[in-house]
Design a protein around this ligand. Structure first.
Ligand SMILES: [Fe+2]
Length: 254
């Protein structure tokens, strides 16, 4: 609890620059969050979605592409339920004159049902080519069909982005896996809060490894609720975050 509670209780003022630094966050496109209300473990009501988006706008973000979980068992989300809620949020943003572009894609769990979704071909994607797809893995064990899924995605013309590779315990002690994934053309997305040690010290260590070895292609907040937004400014001040910003990140081009 120590580090987390200290960070959590600081209640940093959003959008405020450090008095000792002239760092300006170069990232203007945020593409990993859970802001479609009531569909996963993120925002529960529209007011929460709007409050978070207002804070992203205050932080200087130009665009937010939110990514609700899609899982075969828990979260059976698709275009059919996500797009109408996205449109409701857009309407509120406009009514409240909050200047931020807002869109929705998804964060797909690599589970037994995902291969079928790839075959059906109507994945929620993003990027100028509309072919980038965000995927996540179980935290404790690598899924047995990972290779098959990556192959299927790439054959179908998608560019897979692996969400928060630093959080998978089984890769922490097998870091050559990160290099293998990169060699196969998989993009890696770092969670900004990992820099702070928000999830754990081992996760922060792997995050530093990934950044120091220039393995990161994109950064994302993975914001689920307002408490994440309250500590995000601290993460933006962290030296690992600053270092990742020196890499050629793809965020602003999506
Ligand atoms: Fe996520």
């Amino acid at each position: 609890m120590g580090l987390f509670s200290n960070i959590f209780n600081r209640k940093t003022e959003l959008g405020k620059k450090s008095s000792t630094s002239s760092f300006v966050n170069p990232i203007q496109v945020e593409f990993h969050s859970h802001l479609i209300y009531g569909v996963d473990d993120g925002c529960e009501v529209i007011d929460q979605s709007i409050a978070i988006l207002k804070k992203f706008a205050d932080l200087g973000m130009r665009k937010v592409i939110t990514t609700p979980h899609v899982m075969s068992d828990f979260y059976k989300n698709s275009q059919a339920n996500i797009y109408p809620l996205r449109d409701e949020i857009r309407k509120r943003l406009s009514e409240e004159n909050i200047q931020i572009e807002f869109d929705a894609a998804a964060e797909y769990m690599v589970d037994e049902g995902f291969e079928k979704k790839i075959e059906e071909g109507n994945l929620l994607t993003f990027g100028k080519d509309n072919k980038h797809v965000l995927i996540e893995l179980p935290f404790m064990t690598e899924p047995p069909n990972l290779n098959a899924v990556l192959f299927k995605l790439q054959i179908a013309g998608y560019t897979p982005i692996l969400a928060h590779p630093e959080r998978y315990m089984y890769y922490g002690n097998e870091r050559e896996k990160f290099h293998e994934l990169k060699d196969r053309g998989i993009l890696l997305q770092l969670n900004i809060l990992s820099c702070l040690g928000y999830y754990s010290k081992p996760v922060a260590d792997v995050a530093a490894y990934l950044v120091n070895n220039k393995l990161i292609d994109l950064v994302g907040s993975d914001v689920h609720h307002i408490r994440h937004m309250q500590i995000l400014p601290d993460a933006l001040e962290h030296k690992i975050y600053r270092k990742v910003c020196e890499l050629e990140l793809l965020n602003n081009y999506l």
